[in-house]
Ligand binder design. Structure first.
Ligand code: BEZ
Ligand code: FE
Length: 296
């Protein structure tokens, strides 16, 4: 079809794409083009604004490398990752879910660590944290043999792969639940941190006068055959940014109880300032598949 006016463009593109054999791809692209064209008409996008938008998308790719994923960060900062997460977990978004966005810092192959062991692999400041967790299904039955990946930023606000001063895989570990569905580990109490702001996402946040902070949290990825892989985060309950997470990851279900330890710590070298976390993870039936790691 030959185009005369702007109104003709959408129909021409939809017609051109209608030959797509894969029905899901056909539906996704038709809907995307329809909404994108409607958005352009709605805001009457100018040519300089279109150029700026293209430069923004190019910048996301250019700022992405083996240790940093600016594309995922952009998806997170506009709520896209959380929307997809909540739509696909917890009964198609109709009930509360235990899932949260993966974020850009999950790495494959974190070190296997014995149940109760530490994920501190190089000197790391901050109060000691002793986490005791239970994994069960919706019927309340404990799940044994679940592989649990844990990762967190240091209290200085950096993941080990962003920070030369930390050992490789510091504050990352992989555990397996015992016969009672439990796993435990030692770490440091996480602190809130700003997401990376050196790229186009940082520029956008500044232009929107948004702060770049995430409330303090631990990340978890739980894998068990017969269950939907549970990707989630547990947030520190006294953080001031719980209601304004820059990437919209906080749900009420995910705010953990980080209790100030009383009495002698579980390990003698922990010092008097220590915390305990008790948390229960609930896995939904489904497929055990690993996400594509955003970084190497
Ligand atoms: C994170 O928690 O690791 C994270 C999530 C989204 C964007 C940046 C960092
Ligand atoms: Fe994080």
């Amino acid at each position: 079809m030959v185009i005369d006016r702007h109104e003709d463009v959408t129909a021409a593109v939809l017609q051109a794409m209608s030959t797509t054999p894969d029905p899901r791809l056909r539906r996704i692209m038709a809907s995307l083009v329809t909404h994108l064209h409607a958005f352009v008409r709605d805001v009457r996008l100018t040519e300089p604004e279109w150029e700026r938008a293209m430069a923004f998308v190019c910048g996301l790719g250019q700022a992405t490398n083996d240790v940093h994923n600016e594309v995922i960060l952009a998806s997170d900062a506009i709520g896209l990752s959380t929307l997809v997460c909540l739509l696909n977990n917890g009964n198609a978004g109709n009930t509360e879910t235990a899932a949260a966005l993966l974020g850009p810092f999950w790495r494959m192959n974190s070190p296997r660590t014995e149940n109760g062991g530490t994920i501190i692999r190089s000197p790391t400041p901050g109060p000691a944290l002793f986490a005791q967790c239970l994994v069960r299904n919706a019927r309340g039955e404990p799940l044994a043999g679940v592989e649990v990946d844990v990762w967190q930023a240091s209290p200085a606000g950096m993941y080990e792969n962003q920070d030369q001063t930390q050992a490789d895989m510091n504050l990352r570990g992989k555990f397996v639940t015992d016969t009672e569905g439990r796993f435990a580990f030692r770490s440091v109490k996480p602190a809130g941190y700003p997401v990376p702001t050196h790229g186009p996402v940082g520029e956008l946040l500044a232009a929107q006068q948004r702060h770049p902070y995430r409330p303090a949290h631990l990340h978890f990825l739980l894998l068990q055959p017969g269950y939907k892989t549970l990707v989630t985060q547990v947030f520190v309950d006294d953080d001031t940014h719980l209601g304004s997470d820059v990437v919209f990851g906080v749900t009420n279900r995910l705010i953990g109880g980080f209790h100030r330890g009383e009495g002698p710590p579980p390990a003698p070298d922990a010092g008097p300032d220590w915390y305990a976390l008790d948390y229960t993870f609930v896995m939904e039936p489904g497929e055990a598949v690993l996400p594509v790691p955003p970084i190497k």
